[in-house]
Design a binder for this molecule. Structure first.
Ligand SMILES: [Zn+2]
Ligand SMILES: [Zn+2]
Length: 250
């Protein structure tokens, strides 16, 4: 079993139905968070994720909409009785921001802390991030206004593959990483530097030969039908907009 649950779907401005974009992956024995916005404990519980199985967090980049839930996550896990190690993966810059923020919050003085591992992701195409008994995760630097990574996740149980662009303008390196994926989750913020339109996301999905395209990190006041239609003009496969709590089995 490999399951990806969308915990948030919005670009930088969220609303009650669309939290900022982040997601969780679940296998039979472990779960892995990708970015951490909003109210992660509430969302993870609503998505029925066993918090004791949640072992790691990958940060794609350190814009606030992707990391502002981290202090709440770490506090919440501790209050939930965590003792097992927890691992955070990200670029050198993202890790520095997270550790700096947590130090400002005085986390070293929290009672009964659990160990948190700090793992730098190499900024190289196809860099190995995680190789567990359930998932292999690789990263590739993408094109954004600060160092950011796209991800490819392979389920060792099913052989299924998903890829997530995070924030980026159309990226050749990401296209290479996401070749032939079962589910391509691509941002569609709009026509801004370091971001992609839904038309561009559709073109990327076509170049990847993806089996399905899921648009995420979209403006909440956009015409959702138009976003889908624009991507469909470029991509021959099915297109949908990510919705909070949507589940993709792969
Ligand atoms: Zn960003
Ligand atoms: Zn963003």
């Amino acid at each position: 079993m490999a399951r990806l649950t969308i915990l948030g779907s919005a670009a930088a401005v969220p609303d009650m139905d669309h939290e900022n974009a982040y997601m969780v992956l679940e296998g039979e024995r472990s779960a892995l968070l990708i970015d951490c916005a909003g109210s992660p404990l509430a969302r993870l519980r609503a998505a029925e994720i066993d918090l004791h199985r949640l072992g790691s967090l990958i940060i794609t980049h350190h814009h606030p909409d992707h990391i502002y839930g981290v202090p709440s996550l770490l506090l919440g896990l501790r209050m939930h009785g965590r003792w097992a190690p927890f691992d955070i993966f990200g670029t050198r810059e993202s890790l520095a921001v997270i550790w700096g923020t947590m130090d400002l919050l005085g986390w070293q003085k929290w009672p009964s802390p659990f160990p948190v591992g700090r793992h730098e992701v190499e900024m190289a195409e196809g860099a190995l991030v995680i190789d567990s008994d359930e998932f292999q995760v690789r990263a590739t630097p993408t094109e954004h206004s600060l160092p950011s990574i796209g991800l490819q996740i392979v389920s060792k149980a099913t052989g299924g593959v998903v890829a997530y662009s995070s924030d980026t303008s159309p990226s050749d390196a990401f296209v290479r990483l996401a070749q032939g994926v079962d589910v391509l989750i691509h941002e569609s913020t709009g026509d801004y530097d370091g971001h992609s339109t839904s038309t561009q996301a559709g073109a990327v999905a076509e170049r990847c030969g993806a089996k399905k395209l899921v648009l995420i990190h979209y403006p909440i006041d956009a015409d959702f039908e138009a976003l889908r239609w624009e991507a469909e003009k470029e991509f021959g496969g099915p297109v949908e907009l990510a919705e909070d709590f949507a589940v993709y089995v792969f």
